[in-house]
Design a protein. Sequence first.
Length: 209
Amino acid sequence: MTKRAMKPGTMLNPLPVVMVSCGSDNERNIITIAWTGIINSEPPMTYVSVRKSRHSHQLISKSGEFVINLTTENLAKATDFCGVKSGRDMDKFKETGLHQEKAEIVSCPMILESPVNLECKVLEVKEYPSHDMFIAEIVKVHADEKLFDEKGRICLDEAGMLSYNHGEYFGLKRQPLGKFGYSIMKPKTRKRINREKMARNTNRRKKRG
């Protein structure tokens, strides 16, 4: 494999792409973010990096709250729109046809059409030249009831999740290459997991049926 050296750049790909809702009923907004991730498990903590000039930067700075709304292939157009248009000029909920849903803890709205919503409270802000990183604790999670199987396991593979790769949006593959630890899995365990997976798929087809 021959490689070409390049100047330093933000070439970490693919990335999750989310719609972040912020503000309140008086001044609400949605911003599309790809610079986000998990930074701690107990307590669950995340971050969003927002350009200083963005309208949402002011709203999050003022309230210390935001909601991360996971996106899907069906929400791709709205996701893109909320990333290229400014909330200073319009109500993005109205323009995209997305609906507000009241959060349980934070004051900013959640996006009803999103399959999973993460309510977040800012703990710390790291300032950098172009963006500020809002480090936050995830204080409540909401997920679509349709994504849970009979054992109460959430099946995000059924949600049609969206990712962002070098300027373009991509849907995630429906069939996983493997699950965490599959490289050292015993054959007996692999057979059991495959049987359980087949049973789940059969039950899903019956429900749709």
